[in-house]
Ligand binder design. Structure first.
Ligand code: FAD
Ligand code: EPU
Length: 339
């Protein structure tokens, strides 16, 4: 593919932020990627890999090479009566992989329906929703090591997955480019997970009493569509912040004043708070500051009402963080990757 100079990144980030890349190229194979990384005029530039651009905020132009990952393919690499191991190219749209699995009757990722973005970014923050995380179905991934172009296989423990965390978001950042991901899915005796959020309520509304993986996928799609803004209509990157994990004494203090505050167990002596609830309590839900704001149905989602700059959204996030700190003594952490 031709190399573009001073490329417009607005179509490549779901916040819809106008930013430019010094250079821009697509890759579909490891060899194409190696060629780009080794090209004399490109090898000295900083690099940024992009999938669907649904978890990134550009606060400036990127003075380097943006690599758009388009590695294709979904392939069965192992199969027996109970399980199937599926390898998906990093450029496959995540939801297409989920729909493919659901259509084949393969269970394990149906609760992760409708998460935007591509397969290659899914391990970055160990995507999660409705009681399931990528790690629950994960087997391994292959990534290209930027320093020497070698392809390295990472198993589950090497990825160091946590809540919205992984090796690739921390120590491995800017050192590896994920090329494919392998998952183990069930062919029978599926574990149907409906305990989280309103899945059971949604299934009841659908008239379903014995849910299949297809039903769970449909329920998750319905719930998500009802409260998360469609980036094609309103620019956003999903949850802007993580749900904070705090010492349980802090959660108990909040509960004293607000008995209905959502609090979830998060390991010995720790609790997870709902950032959306904290932000709503501070009066931010639905608030608009010029070109950007806080979503009216989900206070954890910051939105671009049109024409917002990345810096405006960053400043808004700062103000939200300050409010939550002053009101509850809780520090929010940004989930979105900031450039
Ligand atoms: P990008 O935004 O393109 O990239 C994200 C980061 O990963 C960047 O730092 C990028 O450099 C890096 N990266 C991308 N591809 C690679 C690669 N191949 N190798 C190495 N690094 C790479 N997330 C959830 O976990 N759960 C949700 O429920 C959820 N809901 C969302 C709802 C909406 C409406 C939106 C807009 C976002 C939501 N997200 C959610 C966030 C986002 O969809 C996920 O984080 C997704 O995995 C990002 O994929 P992407 O391809 O768009 O990544
Ligand atoms: N809540 C409020 N006000 C709000 C938003 C939420 O009070 O404005 C309360 C809800 O009533 C509920 C609790 O907070 O009691 C949790 O809300 P919800 O179930 O909507 O989920 P969330 O914690 O806000 C997380 C993930 C989402 C994921 C959903 C479903 C994080 C940072 N976010 O949101 O992931 O889709 O759960 O599992 O963990 C993302 O990462 O981009 C993302 C969208």
């Amino acid at each position: 593919m031709p190399l573009l100079r001073h490329a417009d990144l607005q179509p490549y980030n779901t916040f819809g932020i106008a930013a430019k890349a010094e250079a821009f190229a697509r890759f579909t194979t490891a060899d194409e990627l190696r060629g780009l990384l080794a090209a004399p005029e490109l090898s000295v530039m900083p690099r940024l890999v992009l999938g669907g651009g649904s978890n990134i905020l550009f606060t400036r132009d990127f003075d380097g090479l943006v690599l758009l990952n388009e590695v294709p393919g979904i392939e069965v690499v192992r199969e027996d009566a109970d399980h199937v191991n599926v390898k998906a190219g990093a450029g496959v749209v995540w939801h297409d992989l989920v729909l493919h699995a659901v259509a084949q009757g393969w269970g394990g990722i149906e609760n992760l329906s409708l998460i935007p973005g591509k397969v290659g970014a899914a391990p970055m923050q160990n995507i999660g929703a409705y009681g399931v995380e990528l790690k629950d179905a994960f087997v391994s991934l292959e990534a290209l090591r930027i320093s020497d172009g070698a392809i390295i296989t990472f198993g589950l423990s090497e990825c160091a997955f946590g809540y919205r965390e992984s090796f690739f978001k921390r120590e491995g950042k800017d050192r590896f480019i994920i090329l494919n991901v392998s998952l183990k899915l069930t062919k029978r005796d599926h574990i149907i997970r409906t305990a989280y959020g309103d899945i059971q309520g949604e299934l009841a509304r659908m008239g379903v009493t014995q849910p299949t993986i297809k039903d769970v996928s449909a329920a998750v799609i319905a719930i998500r569509s009802s409260k998360l803004p469609d980036p094609k209509v309103l620019g956003n990157a999903g949850s802007f912040f993580k749900n904070p994990v705090v010492e349980s004494t802090i959660a108990e203090r909040i509960k004293l004043d607000h008995p209905n505050a959502p609090v979830y167990p998060a390991g010995e002596g720790h609790s997870k708070l709902a950032a959306g609830w904290l932000i709503e309590q501070c009066g931010w839900k639905g608030k608009r500051l010029d070109h950007c704001g806080v979503h009216e149905k989900q206070a954890l989602v910051l939105v671009n009402h049109g024409g917002a700059t990345g810096s405006e959204i960053w400043d808004l996030s700062d103000q939200v963080m300050r409010s939550v700190r002053e009101r509850f003594g809780v520090e929010l952490e940004r989930e979105v990757n900031v450039v």
